[in-house]
Design a protein around this ligand. Sequence first.
Ligand code: UDX
Length: 438
Amino acid sequence: MVQRLTVIGTGYLGATHAACMAELGFEVLGLDVLPDRIERLAAGDLPFYEPGLPEVLRRNLENGRLRFTTSYKEIAEFGEVHFLCVGTPQKPNEYAADVSFVDSAITSLAPLLTRGCLVVGKSTVPVGTASRVSELLRRLAPSPEVELAWNPEFLREGYAVQDTLRPDRLVVGVESERAERIMREVYARQLAEGVPLVVSDFPTAELVKVSANAFLATKISFINAMAEVCEATGADVTKLSQALSYDDRIGGKFLGPGLGFGGGCLPKDIRAFMARAGELGVDQALSFLREVDAINIRRRIRMVDLARHLLGGSFRGRKVCVLGAAFKPNSDDVRDSPALDVAAEIRRQGGDVTVYDPQALDNARKAQPDLGFGESALDAATDAEVVLLLTEWKEFRELDPEVLGARVRERNIVDGRNTLDPERWRTANWTYKALGRP
Ligand code: UDX
C-alpha cells in the first residue's frame, strides 16, 4: 500500500493537499522552491487565510506525518507518489496560461527518479499538457517505472479542507492499469465513503477541470446578464433568480446576481481555455466565453456608475466607503477581485476611497497602495457619502443600518452582492441601490 506522498508546490492547492493527505494518515513531504514559504509552513504558520487549515497543518506537523523541504533530491528519495501542485498563472498581457512552473518542476524531479513511482498532476493546465509532460518524464527519468497520472483539483477557497477530504467527485486521467490502481489506493478512504470516481484518458481529465469552471462562470454571467435586462425593465433579478432556482434542472447554486466572479481561478481559467481553443482551431466553440467575461466586467462598470450617480455625477473629492476587498467572503485572496477593482476605479475617478475587509486588508494594501484603509467597517464608513458593499462577509450582512447611519455623512448604500434587506435599510432612511433591482 502507498504510504509516502510528496507535494510539489505549497501554494493554496499544495499546502491544503499536503496537510489533508497527512490528516488521512499518509506520510507527506511538501516541497517548494521558496525557502521563506517552507520555513513558515514548517513552523505551522499558514501564509494565507483558510478556515480550519491551520489546525490540520499544526496537528500533522506535531504528529510527524507532515514535513517540508526545498530539496528535490529528498522528495525523489522519499515519495512513492508525487503530487504536482504548482501554479499556472495567466501570462502577462495574454489570455494563455503560463505552464513554465510545471515544466521546471518536472525537469528538476525527473532525473532524480531512480525507482518506480507515480507523478500526479493536479495543476490546472491547457488540454494537451499531460501528454507532453508524460513524454518529458519518460525521457528524463532513469527508472522505466516512472509514470504520470492527471488528477484535477476542484477545491474552493474557504472550503478547501472539506473539499479535499470529501470532494464531490474524483477525476483521474491515466495511461495504464497500474496508475489507476495506485490512484485508487491513494484515495481509498474517499472511495470507501462513496465519492464517485471518473477514470479517463489525459485530455478528458484536463478538460473536466476547465469545463467545470467555464460552466460555473457561465451560470454567474447568465444571471448577471438577466440583471442587466432587469435594470432596463424595472424587474427584480433576485426574485427572478429565486424563481429559476426552484426548477431543479437549473438549480440555485451559482445563480447569485451581483458584482460577478473573480479570484485566482474562474477568470484566468476561462481565458486560458479560450486561448487553448484558438490554438486547437476550435475557438468558435468557446466564443461564448468571451461574452461571459465581458458580462462579468460590465457589472463592475455598472457598480461604479451607480455609485457616481448617487453622488450627483462625480467622485471628485467625495468620500466613498468600500466594504470588502477579497474576491469572495471567507478568503483573504484579492486576485482579480471585483471589489478591489471597483475601489481602484473610483479612486482613479477622483474619489476618496476607504476600504475595509475582515481578512484581506494586508493583501489589498499590497495590491492597491493608493487606496485608504479602515480599521473596521464603522471606521471606514466615517463621514462617507456613499457605502458600497462589495464582498458579502457575514459581518457586513449583519450591519445595523442605524449604527452605520450614525457614522456616515450621507445615508447612501449600494449592495453589490444583493445580500441586504432593502426594506430594513430604506426604513432607516437609507437610499438603497442594488445591481439588477429597481
Ligand atoms: C472556483 C471553483 O468553484 C472551484 O471548483 C475551482 O477549483 C476553483 O475556482 P473559487 O475561486 O474558490 O473556486 O471560488 P467560488 O466559490 O467558485 O467563487 C468564484 C467567484 O464567483 C467569486 O468571486 C464569487 O463571489 C462569485 N460568485 C459565486 C457569484 O458572483 N455568484 C454566485 O452565485 C456564486
